[in-house]
Design a protein around this ligand. Structure first.
Ligand code: ATP
Length: 222
């Protein structure tokens, strides 16, 4: 890992998700990003009302409780509830604007999986995301981001030098390799509905929470 110079800007990670439920595919990969890039903290933004997918299976209160419990012992992982309290569809651009007011001089790093990146041009005001943050894309099993043809707009944002991310507050695109964990929330919900074990896919206290609250038992909802 490159040692970043002290004059560099502190870097704050922003990681949005439905977290229905949170699992090791979320947690271990962002820990990799945090350590490799030297982020100060990662804010896990719970997407209360997703725009590009069906209604989540668990309520926002359950998803929040699971996210909180999964991260309570991980220093510098902070659950960010701003999309929960906004009471309208969750748009990342709004979240970044408000974080930018809070973190005026820091570098903001929006972390997304490769599958999400392939559809980024469907996000509301997606090009403006770079006015508020860098975007770091994690390679996810099944998505082949190296082979995606970047548009000219994205090519101009691309850097291969991680140190650049600490030099400016926003504006770069960077691809980060992370540990490959082929785990998805969909797979976990399906296993629970089919009474299969979900051991070793997510933290034990979250498995207990799912059991205690009878989550994901009904008809499987992909
Ligand atoms: P679902 O299966 O319900 O669609 P999910 O497991 O993909 O859920 P989300 O909460 O929708 O989880 O994802 C939030 C973010 O986490 C997205 O950017 C997604 O690409 C990323 N992500 C999820 N699982 C992994 C994984 N196993 N490896 C890398 N990134 C992941």
């Amino acid at each position: 890992m490159d040692k970043l110079e002290p004059k560099n800007k502190a870097m704050i990670g922003v990681y949005g998700g439905t977290f229905d439920p949170v699992h090791f595919g979320h947690l271990r990969t962002i820990l990799d990003v945090k350590e490799r890039l030297g982020l100060k903290q990662i804010r896990l933004v719970l997407c209360a009302q997703p725009v590009h997918r069906g209604r989540p299976s668990a309520t926002v209160q359950h998803r929040f409780a699971m996210l909180q419990q999964a991260t309570e012992n991980i220093p510098d992982f902070i659950v960010d509830t701003q999309e929960m309290v906004r009471d309208k569809p969750s748009y990342m651009i709004e979240t970044l604007k408000s974080l930018r007011q809070q973190f005026v001089q820091q570098s903001l790093i929006l972390i997304i999986g490769g599958d999400a990146f392939e559809k980024i041009n469907t996000w509301f005001q997606w090009q403006q995301l770079f006015d508020y943050a860098h975007i770091v894309v994690m390679q996810r099993p099944g998505s082949n981001i190296e082979n995606v043809n970047l548009t000219l707009f994205l090519q101009e944002k691309l850097t291969k030098n991680a140190a650049d991310l600490a030099q400016k507050e926003q504006g770069y695109l960077y691809f980060q390799n992370v540990i490959q964990l082929d785990i998805s929330a969909t797979q976990i919900r399906q296993k629970v509905a089919q009474h299969e074990s979900i051991d070793f896919l997510l933290p034990n206290n979250i498995i207990k929470y799912i059991r205690d609250n009878d989550l994901y038992l009904g008809d499987f909802n992909a």
